[in-house]
Design a protein around this ligand. Structure first.
Ligand SMILES: C[S@@+](CC[C@H](N)C(=O)[O-])C[C@H]1O[C@@H](n2cnc3c(N)ncnc32)[C@H](O)[C@@H]1O
Length: 288
């Protein structure tokens, strides 16, 4: 079994390597897939003029910019992300936007939100769109995050539910699996995309970290995966677990895996592209 330190190092290496590169390369598509779910989170967070906000795992900074617009020049947003690649993009993008809109109230930092020395009791809101599921020690990480919040502060984030409820994320790998080396299966306490799937686990982590008045609401959506099956299949294996499996497979096996993915996705192709069911939690809690 891996230690927490090994798991944390693995996540940092992933998001500073293939994870960050893949996320950036696919970002336009990802943004189309996730924008409406992110907007539900932002609406629930209801950032107000003058508030101080942290955006955890801010990635390319899209939600950071939306939060910065909402809090205005008397407020401030700190985007924190462990990936140099993604923070580099977020900074460049934000500088361009700030010039265009005269808005300079966001800053970005490369750091591990689990241990980053946030200023204590200084923030009104901690927000995240799919950026909090990767902590090796989530209780310690959320304690650190809670320390940054003012006593009246609030936490609002979006996380995926279980793999079974998210065929958009699992159907391609399931179809491809028979032709590829075995895919790594994370343990129930390991960090990863679906690690916040179980309501009880999220409640336990946030409760142990000291958060109060937890509210978890399910959000169910058809997730747009791309304009056509051919397009989704062409992009399969660029990052995530399939990338690791493709890296260890023969070209003939990869061809078979791609055919199997195409077959599995074909029934889900419609006039505006390929959509499969997806399921998230909108999680809200108070610092005290
Ligand atoms: C699924 S992406 C979401 C990115 C962004 N929030 C969005 O919705 O576009 C997860 C992000 O969390 C970041 N991340 C992972 N572990 C982290 C940690 N311990 N501290 C800060 N950021 C982390 C990754 O680098 C990545 O940018």
């Amino acid at each position: 079994m891996k230690t927490k330190g090994e798991l944390a190092a693995e996540q940092a290496a992933y998001w500073n390597g293939p994870g960050g590169d893949g996320w950036l390369a696919a970002y336009e598509r990802i943004q189309r897939s996730l924008a409406d779910i992110g907007d539900i989170g932002l609406a629930a967070a209801a950032p107000r003029h003058g508030e101080h906000v942290i955006d955890i795992g801010c990635g390319t900074g899209g939600t950071t910019a939306a939060l910065a617009h909402a809090v205005g020049i008397s407020g401030h947003v700190l985007g924190v992300d462990i990936s140099e690649t993604l923070v580099g993009y977020a900074r460049a993008e934000h500088v361009a936007q700030a010039r265009a809109h005269r808005l300079e109230n966001a800053t970005f930092v490369v750091g591990d939100a689990a241990t980053h020395p946030f200023k204590a009791e200084s923030y009104d809101l901690v927000f995240s769109r799919f950026g909090v599921m990767f902590f090796a020690d989530p209780v310690a990480a959320f304690r650190n995050i809670r320390r940054a919040l003012k006593p009246a502060g609030r936490l609002v984030f979006i996380a995926w539910r279980t793999p079974q409820e998210n065929p958009w994320g699992t159907a391609p790998a399931r179809a491809a699996q028979p032709f590829l080396p075995p895919l790594a299966r994370p343990g129930p306490e390991d960090p990863g995309q679906f690690s916040f799937g179980e309501r009880a686990r999220v409640e336990r982590i946030l409760g142990e970290a000291g958060f109060q008045k937890l509210r978890l609401e399910p959000i169910d959506r058809q997730i747009w995966m791309g304009p056509s099956v051919a397009d989704v299949v062409a992009g399969a294996g660029r990052f995530g677990p399939l990338a690791r499996a493709f890296a260890g497979a023969e070209p003939a096996a990869i061809d078979k895996a791609r055919q199997a993915i195409a077959q599995a996705l074909a029934p889900h192709e419609g006039p505006d592209g390929v959509r499969l069911p997806g399921a998230c939690w909108l999680v809200q809690a108070n610092a005290a």
